[in-house]
Design a protein around this ligand. Structure first.
Ligand code: GDP
Length: 305
């Protein structure tokens, strides 16, 4: 229900456009396919993924001998869900940390400024805390004083400890202290904020790998998750950032934010298809509860309801 609300704009827009695309047509013909292509591209699905979807639909048209437009919804739904990252099983329902990892579960959060990194960390901390898990935050975006202070606001709000040093200190040192402190407190989850300065790729790469290396001095195989936060309302920019960050480090999951403010939620489909990295969370508002576990079946369904 909240998912429907969060995706209201994307949903309405997609649905309206899709209705127009098939208006006056009983069969899915070349005209309908052309219109559909436009609908998908204008919903920010991305050209590559759009063409894949159109190809699939064409295949089915030739196999089924021009099915009716009334069947198009169901077929689109199937084909789109099939493209999304295989690592998203479609069974995801709640905020959970894997049971088979060594405590604490460490999430290193990456992404450029303004995409909603801090907010997502705060919302995530709140969800884990709600489950009775002990959470520690680490303010390793030491590049901007505001980043440290904003994360502190969330830490206070959620009422979880945050490890910080002064602005300009070594991010890896903050990460080290955070993990050390979490181990001492026997914490369950550690969430580390990092600076995302894409304009200096070599620095970014070095900084992220140093943070990882230093954490591994405290506990082997950490972090458990490198979560890239992308702003879903920025379309092609989000694609570009995914490309750059996956080059700089091994990104293991995605959070796509601000889907409530855009009619172009299709970006989730394109990114998931092209990078085959699981989307774990979606942001659908500024409030503490406006983060959802991504479920590809629910997500795709919500577009066709
Ligand atoms: P950061 O610079 O990446 O840490 O970004 P922030 O977490 O400070 O977020 C930037 C702005 O986006 C803030 O005004 C947030 O309230 C807002 N924001 C973050 N996530 C969402 C979301 O899912 N929906 C909406 N509407 N706003 C969001």
């Amino acid at each position: 229900e909240t998912l429907d609300k969060g995706l209201e704009k994307s949903k309405t827009s997609f649905f309206n456009k899709l209705s127009k695309a098939v208006a006056g047509k009983s069969k899915v013909d070349d005209d309908v396919l052309d219109n559909l292509e436009e609908v998908l591209v204008s919903s920010d699905v991305g050209v590559e993924t759009t063409l894949k979807i159109i190809d699939k639909i064409e295949e089915r048209v030739s196999k089924d001998k021009y099915f009716g437009t009334d069947e198009l919804n169901g077929i689109l739904r199937e084909e789109i869900a099939a493209l999304l990252a295989k690592t998203n099983t479609g069974n995801e329902t709640e905020f959970a940390i894997p049971k088979d990892i060594e405590k604490p579960y460490v999430i290193m959060v990456v992404g450029v400024n303004g995409v909603g990194k801090t907010t997502t960390i705060g919302k995530l901390a709140a969800q884990f805390k709600k489950q009775g898990l002990k959470v520690v935050l680490g303010a390793a975006d030491t590049f901007r004083a505001a980043a440290i202070d904003q994360l502190q606001v969330w830490a206070d709000r959620v009422d979880v400890p945050m490890v910080r040093q002064e602005m300009g200190s070594d991010p890896a040192s903050v990460a080290y202290d955070t993990l050390q402190s979490a181990v001492t407190q026997n914490a369950d989850v550690v969430i580390i904020d990092t600076a995302g300065r894409l304009h200096n790729k070599v620095n970014l790469m070095n900084e992220l790998s140093k943070i990882k290396r230093v954490m591994q001095k405290v506990a082997a195989n950490k972090p458990d998750d490198v979560l890239l936060v992308l702003d879903g309302s920025t379309g092609q920019n989000a694609f570009e950032q995914a490309k750059q960050f996956t080059k700089a480090t091994e990104v293991t999951s995605l959070a796509v934010t601000k889907l409530d403010g855009t009619a172009k939620g299709g970006v989730v489909i394109g990114i998931s298809d092209q990078f085959q990295i699981p989307v774990k969370y979606i942001g659908v508002g500024e409030g503490i509860d406006d983060l959802q576990v991504f479920n590809k079946i629910e997500f795709v369904d919500s577009f066709f309801k």
